[in-house]
Design a binder for this molecule. Sequence first.
Ligand code: SAM
Length: 276
Amino acid sequence: MSGTLYLVPTPIGNLGDISQRARDTLAQADFLAAEDTRVTLKLLNHLGLHKPLLSYYEHNKVQRGGQIVERLLSGESCALVTDAGTPAISDPGEDLVRLCAQAGVPVCPIPGPCAAVTAISASGLPTGRFCFEGFLSTAKKSRRAHLESLRDEKRTMIFYEAPHKLLATLEDLVAVFGPDRPIALCRELTKVHEEFFRTTLSQALAHYRENPPRGEFVLVLAGAPEEKAPEASAAQAAQRVAELMSQGLSRKDAVKQTAQELGLSRNAVYGAALEE
Ligand code: SAM
């Protein structure tokens, strides 16, 4: 019978955030696969654990992934850890999980620290629907293309960002989403200098032009505001939809025609008609 791959999240700053289950899983695994064995060794020393360590990172993941799956298939269990946070989230692990799934090796995720979830929970922005966008490219062209693809995104968006790229990213965010879009810049989460800067894009840019950014950042950006017809035209739109429907048009066609006549979006007209 094959062993199990355990995905073990580690603290993103505060060592107290390691859970009992994460600790037990590390202690019981036959071997650990770690992004940077030196970083993981420090954590193991803190926990008083001595475990066989294997490196698994971006540049050896193809060859190493196969070796790990073979060991799992032969019955050993493996705990995958990265430098900080949840494996496979903007970190090595995604490919190993896929290989295991393909080989029929059980994958057991242990819940724990993740910068994206920690940030959005305290961002003050809507959390009902959000999308995780990971790191933006360092190349200006593809970074802008990525952001352009999100221009009409209504969900709250989460980005990871390095401090030395923050200003360039804020400039691009202003260009694509406008100066007034709300943003929460969540810095040094769980650490001594933890900070939540809840502001707008233009104010964030002005602030960090004056105060060079330091530390680790998660950017939580508000989605595009829901389009709503202005009050007067909402009533007007609803009335026109009703009129057209009484003349025999389907709701869909009435909404379409009203939108064209009043220069409103179909969504706004539909919303107005429903409210009425
Ligand atoms: N797998 C990790 C997780 O679950 O969050 C993310 C790893 S990714 C390589 C590292 C990025 O996560 C950083 O560049 C930063 O954007 C974010 N991050 C990690 N720790 C953070 C912290 N303590 N405060 C703010 N952002 C952090």
